[in-house]
Design a protein around this ligand. Structure first.
Ligand SMILES: Cc1cc2nc3c(=O)[nH]c(=O)nc-3n(C[C@H](O)[C@H](O)[C@H](O)COP(=O)(O)O)c2cc1C
Length: 302
């Protein structure tokens, strides 16, 4: 064996030891969610309901007839969820199910928006460009805001636009933890690793994603879906005139029991990222971050 080869072999031991510890740490973090089935029962129930809605959505789209048995199962499943206390008649997932049942009982599938569910038929012109690129291109992370207060209605309209984000099988797994009070916002800001920066922003929120809505085989889907939601929210805030910046929530912060307790993060939820936001001050300073050229960010295959 060469001298260099010997050193590499010597180093391999400690490296694989540290990798093992790191992987164990990561695995423990994820297992906390997947093995505690009792804690996840409500999420697992909600998951099966949402997957059923998605199957209905797809079948209707592909014009597959919906069997009577399927609607009966859905009726039974909704009552079971209420009986077990997983959902109430006020829960969003319950109301979507009722809308499906109502629409199917009227033997309707395609319509022009009379139901919240089913196949909506649009005109071609409805899908023509709304110039979303202008919003994407003019976007910057803004790290300082004015002290102006945001009316709840403005914030909620941004939240509901953000909820249009696509999600795997339409499971809509993300939740926004926010506050309208100074003390509540400070509580959130205290957990942002880049605290000096977020301190200059009036508001802060945290996006969390419910891991219980994904099976064990769908590991990390919470991060994929969460990231898409975070960006959707960042853009919808901007569209409402609220400048913002996304902030990291790395693994040690995510696993912090103090943060989870203080911000009411549920056992099966994974914290994805913080967003600092608010109305812009009179003069806005941003880092200008040039993007890589197209040939660097894309690769064509034949
Ligand atoms: C997941 C994520 C985490 C980020 N974390 C931070 C952060 O902790 N502090 C910060 O100042 N900016 C943070 N940013 C903002 C990035 O620095 C910023 O998007 C990048 O520099 C590009 O600049 P631009 O958004 O103005 O185009 C984060 C962005 C993302 C997407």
């Amino acid at each position: 064996m060469s001298y260099g080869g010997g050193i590499i072999t010597l180093l391999m031991g400690p490296i694989s030891f540290f990798k093992k510890i790191r992987n164990q740490h990561r695995r423990n973090f994820y297992l906390r969610f997947s093995t505690k089935k009792s804690l996840n029962e409500a999420s697992v129930f909600e998951r099966s309901l949402l997957l059923q809605y998605h199957a209905l959505e797809k079948n209707l789209y592909q014009k597959v007839p919906i069997s009577k048995a399927r609607t009966e199962t859905l009726t039974k499943q909704l009552s079971y969820g209420i009986e077990k206390g997983f959902i109430t008649s006020n829960s969003g997932v319950y109301r979507i199910g009722q809308d499906y049942l109502k629409m199917l009982s009227l033997n309707k599938t395609e319509h022009k928006g009379e139901f919240s569910v089913g196949i909506h038929v649009f005109e071609k012109t409805d899908f023509l460009s709304k110039n979303g690129n202008a919003l994407l291109i003019s976007r910057h992370s803004v790290r300082e805001t004015s002290d102006a207060e945001i009316a709840p209605a403005i914030l909620f309209s941004a939240f509901s636009a953000a909820a249009k984000a696509p999600s795997a099988c339409d499971r809509q797994p993300c939740r926004i933890i926010y506050s309208l009070s100074n003390s509540g916002n400070q509580k959130i800001k205290n957990y942002v690793p880049d605290r000096p920066t977020i301190q200059k922003m009036k508001y802060a929120l945290l996006v969390v994603c419910d891991r219980g809505l994904f099976s064990d085989a769908e590991d990390l889907q919470d991060y994929v879906n969460g990231g898409i939601f975070v960006y959707s929210l960042s853009l919808s805030l901007l569209s409402a005139g609220l400048v913002n910046c996304i902030f990291q929530c790395p693994l040690p912060t995510n696993a912090s029991s103090a943060m989870r307790k203080d911000l009411g993060i549920r056992e099966q939820e994974n914290a994805i990222a913080f967003i600092g936001f608010g109305y812009p001050s009179d003069s806005i300073v941003v880092f200008n971050s040039p993007r890589l050229p197209i040939e660097d960010i894309s690769r064509k295959i034949d």
